[in-house]
Design a protein around this ligand. Structure first.
Ligand SMILES: [Zn+2]
Length: 233
């Protein structure tokens, strides 16, 4: 994994720490580039590093019957990849797949555990984020079962937009079908509907959000529920 040239740290969890704690933490970190398609963890594997995304985006996928993958969580600048380690468990239950190229602050597991014991502020932020991620995973389970594909796709696009803060991103149909747990034909149909309504443009794996307000109206209530719970804690 390439080491990035030093850029400003844009991760919100790190930014919320008191200056002293932040400085201590940053000394043990390196900025790396996460590239679309990189796998950071596989289920059952040891977690060697935690990642605090700046402008990168990471999907948490659960594997079913060995070949089917379904997204259960999405992590960007608001959080951290490697939450089991914050609970002192060093095995990942999910696959962590880079969904959007960008940088992240990386720290090895031993340093992270050491910092965790030294910084109450870090522990508190990780508890808050763990709660927020639990909310997201719980809501996603219900969303996959009860809401139509168009509304789920709109929700996913809004969540991505919030995290990468860019109105356009690259997305293949294969990834989208994993994220939404539907077949590719279903993804194509849903994207076409949103496109016909003038909310997005979608061609050759590139999606651009054209009408954010319209997408908010088209998505299911899960988007707001998860966002509000995250902001409330
Ligand atoms: Zn939903």
């Amino acid at each position: 994994m390439p080491i990035a040239k030093k850029k400003a740290v844009a991760n919100c969890l790190l930014a919320a720490l008191p200056r002293k704690d932040y400085r201590q933490l940053i000394d043990d970190m390196e900025q790396v580039v996460l590239t679309y398609g990189d796998v950071l963890y596989e289920p059952g594997e040891q977690i060697k590093h935690v990642y605090f995304p700046n402008d990168s985006l990471v999907s948490l996928l659960t594997l079913v019957d060995r070949h089917q993958a379904l997204e259960v969580g999405l992590v960007g600048r608001e959080g951290v990849v490697g939450i089991p380690l914050a609970l002192e468990i060093n095995i990942s239950p999910v696959r962590a797949l880079v969904q959007g190229t960008g940088t992240a602050m990386r720290m090895n597991a031993a340093s992270f555990l050491k910092q965790l014991r030294q910084s109450h502020a870090l522990t508190r932020e990780l508890h808050r984020y763990t709660y927020s991620l639990m909310t997201q995973i719980t809501q996603t389970a219900a969303c996959n079962r009860f809401h139509v594909i168009e509304a789920r796709l709109a929700r996913w696009l809004l969540m991505t937009h919030d995290r990468v803060r860019s109105g356009s991103f690259r997305l293949t149909q294969e990834f989208l079908s994993q994220m939404l747990g539907v077949r590719r034909v279903g993804v194509t149909k849903a994207a076409r509907t949103l496109q016909q309504d003038g909310l997005i443009s979608y061609s050759r794996g590139n999606i651009a959000i054209l009408d954010r307000k319209g997408l908010e109206a088209a998505c299911c209530s899960c988007y707001e529920i998860v966002r509000d719970m995250h902001e409330a804690v």
